[in-house]
Design a protein around this ligand. Sequence first.
Ligand SMILES: [Cu+2]
Length: 485
Amino acid sequence: MKLARRSMLSLLAAGGATVALGSYGWSQKGSSAPSRPLAIPPLLQGTLREGIKNYDLELGRHTSQFFDGKNTGTFGINGKYLGPTLKMRAGKNIRINVQNNIGLPSTLHWHGMHIPANADGGPHQVIENGASWHPEFEVKQQASTFWYHSHMVPQTGFQVYHGLAGMIIVEDENANNLGLPQDYGVDDVPLVLQDRRFDMDGNFVYINSMHDRMMGMKGDTLLVNGTINPHFVARTNSLRLRILNGSNSRFYTLAFNDNRRFHQIASDGGFLENPFETDSITLGPAERAEIIVDISDGKTTKLISSPPPQGGMMGMMMGGALEFEVLEIRPDSGRKRSIALPDQLVKLKTPDPINAIRTRTFTLGMGMMMGNGAMTINGRSMDMDRIDETVRIGTKEIWQIDNPTRLSHPFHIHDVQFRILDRNGTPPNSGERGKKDTVVVNPNERVRLLLEFSDYADPDAPYMYHCHNLEHEDAGMMGQFVVTT
Ligand SMILES: [Cu+2]
């Protein structure tokens, strides 16, 4: 443990400099940072061995160059920063081989996936430095955009910030037959949004004030797939963007600078029933959305991020109010024709709470942050040795999340994709009516969720539920539940 702390410090070592290199925001609106082509994470489709698809992942410690001539200490998975996009096929059995070489204990959690708790990659599945882990599971879900990231209590924020994250794409027959863009990196484009802070030498700055700890870590420079100020040359008229808010604590409200409208087709757990036309979308940490944007007018457009409308006063402070340029889309000449969006993408059950056997209430709490333990759910901070909730397999429950604090919290539940019943009694908007694993709970909101626990009873292996503001999570805003027979 002592060794681990020392290596963590050496990675952080930056000569004490705290002046941010991008202190005026390299990716903020009006910045003069040079534009670079958007990096596309490599696609990892798995290798068939012993009759099962294997995905080989190596967590390593690296040096990245986000700025010319500046070296940044990073973590990466099969690369210098972030990891490959894992493509999985619904219905297949897979094995993931994770080798940890970062010099610290770590984990990898398959965020959004409905899998056994002992394969989940939560804080109980620690992979020591130099060790490996080989979870196997069936991909039971429909086409979705999930992701994977470190879940190493209480260093999740630190490890994800330095690069331990990647995207997962699950595809199925329905998705393949809808006529949607599905050429990875060409018209089906992953966008991993992460804000970062740099010092004068180009090193990441992670938490240098109580404020960072309490509000969650925010940066003034936006990385998209690890690229600052990216542009993308579009070779088709219809672009599908798979957007993941992979940030520690920042919310993004995304829109195009020419106010063009677009269609949201999917949320955290797969397709919405019908494409939802809108001109903006807000994503809290860990939330995903797939959108289709039409650029048949041939005009360059920019995806921009403005502060969320309901982040709360506290959320607007300390960088919460920055505006970023996310991605410039440059239409290429000779683009392929536009696609016709289907009216229906998938058939979803209407969430019906009638058979829910009970309601559990989860009240989020923020103390004065005099150290670990001030971030709570139902008045208690995370304890690895305490099971907070026990649910029965084959049942439905309503989970009610109450937020009496002054910050918005993205609440994430492992194991299940839930449905949102209402916010303060009002049904969710169209973009939130699909399957979700993370829900933003704004100040003074009561959000009711419908959950179904259909598989994987194991009284000895808990799943987590927690705030996905990673600094809140690391400070204890997390609990554990087991599924029993
Ligand atoms: Cu929180």
